[in-house]
Design a protein around this ligand. Structure first.
Ligand SMILES: [Zn+2]
Ligand SMILES: [Zn+2]
Length: 232
């Protein structure tokens, strides 16, 4: 450990500086983005519900019955959290590899509707130093949409990662988790890396509504796999 950082957190960023840019998935083809071959192997989602990201195009969606995620107008996710995508996210988080974080950030799906600003689901207090994946995705999205990245939300306590918990534990895990400064723009894009039950994003969106938001769209890099996803 060096100043509270693990060897991976020190060495990862150094390797990014010293080595020629390579694809973060195969580490063989030129980078810094995921190469065409690896991109083709990523677990893309099939047609999904535009309100909750469940697989399928039935109307109304049999999972959310057209109600979507609470406090969220539309939701998009790019990939299933499995295979190469799961490995890349693990690398980005554990090793704090800036190049991997940037490559992933560029793959966030954008909302169909226009928004006034972009907000990331914020990190837990006391998080290890290094680039935060959801914030990097939000910054990249704000740049592509030509709107500001704002940070009115903060996380008031540490919460366990949702995808490691049962459904009942997830709901309890996010109660009172976020606070928001008042006076946010009316339409927002809320960004997170992994959609599990939607409880975290809904808790963040509820606070944004309390702070003045009127319409919140959500984008996730990926969501946990569900029956109906194409095999990968
Ligand atoms: Zn590759
Ligand atoms: Zn749905």
């Amino acid at each position: 450990m060096v100043g509270g950082m693990s060897a991976g957190q020190v060495v990862g960023p150094l390797l990014d500086l010293l080595l020629p840019a390579v694809c973060p998935a195969c580490r063989a083809q030129p980078g810094p983005d995921v190469c065409a071959e690896c991109h083709g192997l990523l677990p893309r989602l099939p047609a999904s519900c535009p309100r909750c990201c469940a697989p399928g195009s039935e109307i109304p969606c049999p999972v959310c019955r057209g109600n979507g995620l609470a406090h969220i107008a539309s939701a998009r996710a790019g990939f299933a959290y499995t295979g190469t995508m799961k490995r890349l996210i693990g690398d980005a988080k554990a090793g704090a590899r800036a190049a991997t974080v940037q490559a992933l950030a560029g793959m966030l799906p954008l909302p169909v509707d226009a928004v006034d600003a972009v907000v990331a689901v914020p990190p837990s207090p006391g998080r290890r130093p290094g680039p935060h994946l959801a914030t990097a995705c939000a910054r990249h999205a704000a740049h592509r949409l030509g709107v500001p990245l704002i940070a009115p939300l903060h996380c008031v306590r540490h919460a366990s990662e949702q995808h490691r918990l049962s459904r009942a534990e997830r709901a309890r895990n996010v109660v009172g988790l976020f606070r928001c400064q008042p006076g946010v723009p009316p339409s927002l894009l809320l960004v997170d890396d992994i959609l599990t039950s939607g409880a975290t994003a809904s808790a963040a969106a509820a606070e944004l509504h309390r702070a003045g938001a009127r319409c919140i769209h959500a984008s996730f890099l990926c969501r946990t796999p569900q029956p109906g996803d194409r095999p990968n």
